[in-house]
Ligand binder design. Sequence first.
Ligand code: ADP
Ligand code: MG
Length: 466
Amino acid sequence: MNISEKEILDRISDAFYALDEHWNFTYFNKEASRLLLRDQGKLIGKNIWSEFPETIETSLFEKYHKALKVQLPLQFDLYYDPLKIWFEIRVYPSQNGLSVYFKDITKEKEQASRQEQHYRSLFDYNPDAVYSLDLEGNYLSVNSTTEQLLGYSEKELIQMSYIPLITEDEMEKTTAHFSKAVNGCIQHYESKVTHKEGHIVDIKVTNIPIIVENKIVGVYGIAKDVSNQKRTEKLLFESEKLTAVGQLAASIAHEIRNPLTSIKGFLQLIKGTNEKVNKNYLNIMADEITRIEMITGELLLLAKPQAHDFQYEYLNKIVEDVVLLLSSQALINHVEVNVTINRVPLMKCVPNQLKQVFINLIKNAIEAMPTGGVITIHASQQQDTSIRIVIEDEGGGIPQEFLDKIGTPFYTTKEKGTGLGLMTTLKIIDFHHGTLNISSVINKGTKIEIILPLEQTTTLKGNLSK
Ligand code: ADP
Ligand code: MG
């Protein structure tokens, strides 16, 4: 090595040493001796493995041998324990030895590790379950909330796919969302998993693709346990139904009293005469009794807790039943209900739930017209796939600023209102994969448009109230 080369190597800011093919130092620059706390002069000609025996146990030993053998440069980071320093090491092989450049990167490493710890705590201490999955859906990492949510330990989960945890009825939907996430789209959805101990947990999930160097390598999941929220919703739903039924029962009591009075009257009449019983009276009595039967039957059916199974029913039948139930309330309030339903095919639905929708909406319409008016209900088939139902009233309307709040629980402008009617209505429509739109003009009236599909393509079974 000539002088100028030596000077250059001494001046470069990186530490540098050279080794010959027998692993002896042939050069050691100033920076190297500063970093490794060794005297430059005393190392030349000495063997690296006897001067730095601790390195034999580290990856450095194997990496240097490999670089020399395959004659390719390589770079790696190494923590050198005797000096408590992180080194970045670059190795350049030649036929007769290695040139090694290295520098102290302890500060950068500490900074990166601090940053890593910042992110790490977002993962470790997150109140939501956070986990990552590979492209096939196998767990790669899970935080402790995930362990609690599922009941399995981290060790058990790492060897598992998420698929066996999903309940059967949610499987199709969940795997569809997962594969969309694998294709790069963030997904939000609800699903159900089976806890290790056997109970079902309702979850709200966000799936985010994990992108490394522009490639999707897996999916992050964030899951929240919403079982409690679901239970509360179910309770609310039931209590709202009972309130509606209770209020109806009160108004129906009137409805029943009238025919009963006439029946009683006729009976007295008949008792008082010796004539053969007048057929006309008997016919009237029979009609009145049929009406009482129908109304009470309808009310009982509605109040009865039932499995909310989808079945085929005509919309006409549902609307007619409801109008019958509400007829006395309409009459008392001088409200006329006009129903026109064009021929519509059978529709797959939960009839009792739809009845509740129409009770809520027609009651709201009656209540919006304290001095009477007309409610128009119109329904017809839309394309081949759905039914459009429009309910219009001539009431006071809903101010624009309240329209946004409609459907949030407990929003009511009525003294005895619950503010739950529209919320449950929206939930039921949503459950049927339909849509509901409200338009309203102050002092003119309110128009509610519902579109319901004739078929329910995905088989979802009552997650509202079973
Ligand atoms: P509630 O009837 O118990 O108040 P709802 O959820 O059924 O609860 O309705 C919430 C509110 O929306 C009502 O208090 C009322 O202010 C408004 N609203 C609903 N339907 C109508 C309507 N057809 N006309 C005017 N206002 C309505
Ligand atoms: Mg209401």
